[in-house]
Design a protein around this ligand. Structure first.
Ligand code: CUK
Ligand code: CUA
Length: 644
């Protein structure tokens, strides 16, 4: 035992003795540091992240929940998890997928070709913006596996709408929003015939297609309007991440792609000669799209309909000059527009160079029709030289880029190196690097994808945790690492395990921008945000019976469920409509019926419904599932189902 450790052990024993004796701990900060083996740097990191009770976080993060199909919400700098939001997957605590109102939302997305899909592969959340700045009103998130976009209202953090993509079989690079959130982008991933028809692989070049969908968002109603949305047909490359231009590049969108070799099942469908594989060529293509003009062309009737959805054919896009390609580093991943909208940063997983494209140069080439050629689908190509501002060697496996509040400062994740590079994208030079643990995918700076990044903190979203946390079996949590970026040198502050799925990307916002409700107006159906037709005031509770049907109009308030007895006959369908009459903050009541698949979360003011089939005679207690008062356990009643 070293001298220090002996001392620490002695000190720990002494203070434990003091605690047992009933006095306050006599340990000094130095003592605790010694006992826990903490350095000055560690204590500084702790002081920068620790929130004493009652202190709130400066930023809120919305992270993809990966395969859980949910969203994870946490605070920065404390990294405390605040909420899971059920999106593509039922989430019983919130009653999501268990009450009739949320079942209707989930059903919009889960009923697919007669199958019920109860999970999602969420990748990219996006916060709504006004003039390129996060406004804290809505959150959008995509599902890569079953192409869908969900709309979450940030007044109550509930999922309100899910739209299924009518033409794609697979997607990845959404959701990202235009600077005023009039459109949400969703690019395809793996090429397939648009609209879901079958075509053999021999017809890959002719029938298989990529695409990018622009979903029209109605800000007034807070809903996507599928009928006013449209897509551009694209070549059968694997489209990947996208971003909207802003400022000078507003009106344009940038979508990268990989596997332009069109390698499928051992055969390249592109023009030979290639070596085998998706990375045989030295470059893939950045798609540059004039989406504002595309929207006008759709209005002018230039789109064709696939499954009732507007699709601009490639020949129209080419003829109208709204689609060009630019070579980009091999196997690219992130496409990230700078806060001033002048540049687009693209990194390739298999190229150590990160390329900074100049919007001005791209526009000059388009205006002068200065093209180096066309791809096999007739789309004009601008040479890299005519489009690139800088190329920078940042390290191995560069993926995604985020921006600082300081001009020209960017952060790029280095997957292979397990590092973050801080660099100057105006000059193309590295400023600092920090190791992360391990294999970072996305990274996220505070509002770092908007036109007004806030700096201060960066989060590394690491794919592997390996030895960072106590072992919980072969499936490890992922590791979100908080990094202080306020100084010249980055400082690693905190490791947070994320145990719900693979959180590919996250977005953040100043907490003060959120305008959340503490209660609903009396009798609100939270999913439609309208007054529920089933809401009742105290004293008006009733049970309505029709043949085969029992409808309960009830209320919840400490410490009663009214009515306390519901009688039905075997075979009846029973619907409970329950309104929480509480006005107090945080007085949520739950509602569960024994041996039935029901759990409601009824927050103050909300009306929620549960429909069950009384298929077996018996006595079924129902009760509140939130410990709401000293008489919580007494908040119960009986469903009596008489034999038929
Ligand atoms: S992500 Cu979806 S594969 Cu780099 Cu945007 Cu993880
Ligand atoms: Cu209401 Cu427990």
């Amino acid at each position: 035992m070293t001298k220090t450790r002996k001392l620490a052990t002695l000190l720990a024993t002494v203070s434990f003795g003091a605690l047992v004796a009933g006095s306050a701990s006599a340990e000094s900060l130095q003592d605790v540091m010694k006992r826990r083996g903490l350095t000055d740097n560690d204590v500084m990191a702790a002081a920068k992240t620790y929130n004493p009770t009652g202190k709130l976080d400066e930023f809120m993060v919305f992270s993809s929940g990966g395969q859980s199909g949910q969203v994870i919400v946490y605070g920065v700098p404390s990294m405390r998890i605040l909420k899971y939001i059920g999106v593509f997957t039922p989430e019983p605590w919130q009653g999501y997928g268990f009450d009739d109102e949320s079942k209707a939302v989930l059903k919009q997305g889960s009923e697919v070709q007669g199958r019920t899909i109860l999970w999602g592969d969420t990748h990219h959340p996006a916060l709504s913006e006004t003039n390129g700045e996060s406004d804290g009103q809505w959150l959008f998130i995509n599902d890569k596996n079953t192409p869908r976009i969900a709309v979450i209202d940030l007044r109550d953090f509930e999922t309100k709408q899910i739209v299924q993509n009518p033409i794609l079989q697979s997607e990845h690079g959404g959701a990202f929003v235009s600077p005023n959130t009039d459109y949400i982008v969703e690019p395809a991933q793996y090429a397939a015939p648009l609209g879901g028809e079958f075509a053999p692989l021999e017809q890959f070049n002719e029938k298989y297609r990529g695409a990018v969908t622009f979903w029209k968002f109605n800000r007034e109603h807070g809903r996507i309007e599928p009928e006013n949305s449209f897509s551009l047909e694209l070549p059968p490359y694997s489209q990947d991440l996208a971003d909207f231009g802003k400022g000078p590049s507003d009106g344009w969108a940038f979508v990268n792609s990989f596997c332009t070799e069109r390698y499928v099942g051992g055969i390249e469908r592109g023009r030979p000669p290639f070596e085998a594989g998706c990375s045989a060529k030295d470059s893939d293509f950045l798609h540059v799209i004039n989406w504002k003009k595309a929207a006008e062309l759709v209005k002018a009737g230039k789109a064709k309909k696939i499954n009732g959805h507007n699709v601009l054919p490639m020949d129209v896009s080419v003829a109208e000059g709204i689609l060009v390609l630019i070579p980009e580093p091999k196997s690219p991943h992130g496409a990230d527009v700078t806060p001033d909208g002048k540049f687009i940063t693209v990194s390739g997983k298999l190229d150590s160079h990160t390329t900074v494209y100049s919007h001005e140069k791209i526009q000059a080439a388009i205006a002068a029709k200065k093209f180096s050629g066309k791809d096999e689908y007739g789309i004009p190509i601008i040479s890299l030289d005519d489009a690139a501002h800088k190329q920078a060697a940042l390290g191995l496996g560069p993926l995604h880029t985020q921006y600082d509040s300081k001009p020209c400062v960017a952060y790029t994740s280095l997957y292979v190196d397990s590092m973050v590079a801080k660099w100057d994208y105006c000059e193309g030079k590295v400023l600092d690097k920090v190791s992360v643990h391990y294999n970072i995918g996305h990274l996220m700076a505070m509002e770092g994808d908007t036109s007004k990044p806030k700096g201060k903190y960066l989060i590394a979203l690491n794919k592997l945790a390996i030895d960072r946390f106590a072992q919980v079996g072969p499936l490890h949590p992922q590791n979100h690492q908080l990094i202080d970026i306020s100084g010249d040198k980055m400082q690693l502050l905190y490791d947070m395990p994320l145990p719900l799925g693979e959180p590919h990307y996250a977005v953040s916002i100043e907490t003060g921008k959120l305008k959340t409700n503490v209660r609903y107006p009396f009798g609100t159906d939270s999913r439609t945000e309208k007054k529920s037709p089933f809401a009742v005031r105290p004293g008006q509770e009733r049970i309505e019976k029709k043949p085969g049907k029992v409808e309960v109009f009830g209320t919840l308030i400490r410490s009663h469920i009214t009515p306390e007895i519901v009688e039905a006959n075997e075979g009846d369908e029973i619907t409970f409509h329950l309104t929480n009459l509480e006005r107090a903050q945080d007085e949520t009541h739950g509602f569960a019926v024994s041996k039935h698949n029901v759990n409601l979360s009824v927050e103050p003011g909300k009306t929620a419904s549960a429909t069950i089939k009384a298929n077996k005679a018996g006595v079924y207690p129902y009760y509140c599932t939130e410990f709401c008062s000293a008489l919580h356990l007494e908040m119960e009643g009986y469903l009596l189902v008489q034999p038929a």
